[in-house]
Design a protein around this ligand. Structure first.
Ligand SMILES: [Zn+2]
Length: 412
C-alpha cells in the first residue's frame, strides 16, 4: 500500500459516508404517513400537521444544501492538496512544532466556521423564524459566536497545546499521557460545564415559590433528590422549543428545566419530566456515559499512537515530513468507519437509557403525566412523529414519541 492508495481510501470513506447520510435523509424525508397512529391522535390538527410537514421539508432541503456544500469543499481541498499548501505556509512561518499545529487547527477552525456561518444564519433567522421558533436577536447571535470563539481559544487552545507538546516529547507513551490529560479534562467538564460554562450563555435561577415549587419539592423528597439542584433556565431567550436535562456528577449534579417547558406544560407533566431527569441521575447514566467516552478515547489514542508517525499518512495528504496535525487529520478521516460503528452503539445505549428514565418516572405513577408532557413538547416543536426506522436507528438519541408512549403504556 502506498500513499496514493491511502489518499483514495480517504476519498472513498468520505464519499461513502456522505452518500449513506444522504440516502438516510432521503428515506426519512420521503416517508409520508397517511393515517396517524391512534396513540398520537389529536397531537396535530390538520393545519398544524401541514405546518409540520412543511417544516420537515424545509429542514430537509436546507440540510441537503449545507451537506453538499461541505462535501464539495472538502473534496476540492483534498484533490488540490490544500492541507499540504497550508502546512507549508505554516512551516515557513514558524519552526516551533507546537505552534505549527495550533496555527493549523486555528486556521481550519476559522475557515470551517466561515463556511458554516451563512447556513447558521439562514437556519436561525429564516427557517426557525418562519415557523415561529426563533427568539434570538442578531445581537445575542453575534455575542454567542464571540463567546464560543473565546472559549475555544481560552480552553481548547491550551488543552490542545498540552497534547501537541506531549506528542512532541513523549515518544511511544504519548497515547497514555494524552489519554490522562484528555480524560481528566472530560471529567472536569462533565462536572462543571453547567455551573461554569452555561452561565456565560444562559441565566439559571432556583425555582420560584408557588404551586410548581411545592409540587416539585413534594416529589423530590419522595425520590430522594435535593431541590437545591433544580434550576430554571431562560431557554426562551433563543427558541420557543421546550427542554430539560440532567448534568454533572456527584455534588455538582443539576437538573435544568427550560422556562419554555414550565410555560407549556401542566404542573403534573413538569413533575413527570423532572422525574425522568432524576431517573437519569439515579440510574447513573451520566457517569456511565462519561466512562464509556473515556474508554473510547483510550482506544482511539492508542491506535492513533501506533500509526501517526507513519509517513504514508502525511504523504497521502501531500505532506512529505510527517507531523502531528497532518497525521491527526488523516487519521481522523480513516477512523470514521470505526467511529461510525461506535456511534451506532452509543445511540442504541442512549435510547435504552431514555426508556429506563421513562420507566423510573412510571414507578411514581407519573406515566400518564409524562405522556401528556412529551406530547406537548413534540407538538410545540413540530416534531416528526413518524420518522423512518433506519433514520431512527442511526441518528436518534431518543426513541420516537410513539415508541416511548407504547413503552410507558406497557409498564402501566
Ligand atoms: Zn432523557
Amino acid at each position: 500500500m502506498n500513499s496514493e492508495h491511502i489518499f483514495y481510501v480517504i476519498i472513498g470513506i468520505l464519499t461513502a459516508q456522505f452518500t449513506f447520510d444522504q440516502w438516510l435523509d432521503f428515506l426519512n424525508n420521503r416517508k409520508v404517513v397517511t393515517s396517524i397512529p391512534t396513540e398520537l391522535e389529536g397531537i396535530y390538527d390538520e393545519e398544524k400537521y401541514k405546518k409540520q410537514q412543511n417544516y420537515k421539508k424545509a429542514n430537509y432541503s436546507f440540510g441537503l444544501l449545507s451537506e453538499v456544500v461541505s462535501f464539495l469543499v472538502i473534496m476540492i481541498v483534498l484533490f488540490n492538496e490544500g492541507f499540504a499548501i497550508l502546512n507549508s505556509w505554516i512551516v515557513d512561518f514558524t519552526s516551533n512544532l507546537t505552534l505549527q499545529s495550533l496555527l493549523f487547527f486555528a486556521i481550519i477552525g476559522i475557515a470551517s466556521s466561515l463556511i458554516s456561518l451563512p447556513f447558521s444564519i439562514y437556519g436561525t433567522f429564516v427557517i426557525e423564524e418562519r415557523f415561529g421558533f426563533n427568539k434570538i436577536t442578531p445581537k445575542i447571535f453575534v455575542l454567542d459566536m464571540i463567546k464560543s470563539m473565546l472559549l475555544s481559544v481560552l480552553i481548547g487552545g491550551p488543552l490542545m497545546a498540552l497534547v501537541i507538546w506531549l506528542y512532541n516529547i513523549a515518544g511511544s507513551y504519548f497515547w497514555l499521557y494524552a489519554w490522562m490529560v484528555i480524560s481528566g479534562f472530560a471529567i472536569f467538564m462533565t462536572m462543571f460545564c453547567t455551573s461554569l460554562i452555561l452561565p456565560l450563555f444562559n441565566k439559571q435561577t432556583p425555582l420560584e415559590n408557588g404551586e410548581l415549587r411545592d409540587a416539585i419539592e413534594a416529589f423530590s423528597v419522595k425520590a430522594g433528590f435535593k431541590l437545591d439542584n433544580v434550576f430554571v433556565m431562560d431557554g426562551s431567550k433563543r427558541s420557543t422549543k421546550a427542554n430539560a436535562f440532567f448534568s454533572g456528577l456527584g455534588s455538582r449534579k443539576r437538573i435544568v428545566l427550560y422556562d419554555t417547558l414550565i410555560n407549556d406544560l401542566q404542573t403534573d407533566e413538569i413533575v413527570a419530566v423532572l422525574a425522568h431527569e432524576i431517573g437519569h441521575y439515579k440510574l447513573k447514566h451520566t457517569l456511565w456515559g462519561t466512562l464509556t467516552g473515556v474508554l473510547q478515547m483510550g482506544v482511539i489514542l492508542f491506535v492513533f499512537g501506533l500509526i501517526v508517525g507513519s509517513p504514508l499518512l502525511s504523504q497521502a495528504l501531500g505532506v512529505h515530513v510527517p507531523n502531528f496535525h497532518i497525521g491527526i487529520l488523516a487519521f481522523g478521516i480513516l477512523y470514521t468507519p470505526v467511529s461510525f460503528v461506535a456511534g451506532i452503539f452509543m445511540t442504541i445505549l442512549s435510547r435504552k437509557n431514555e426508556y429506563a428514565a421513562d420507566a423510573y418516572a412510571c414507578k411514581f405513577e407519573l406515566g400518564n403525566a409524562l405522556i401528556g408532557g412529551l406530547k406537548t413538547i413534540s407538538s410545540n416543536a413540530l416534531s416528526n412523529l413518524t420518522p423512518h426506522p433506519f433514520y431512527v436507528f442511526f441518528h436518534y438519541s431518543h426513541p420516537p414519541l410513539l415508541q416511548r408512549i407504547k413503552a410507558i403504556k406497557n409498564i402501566k
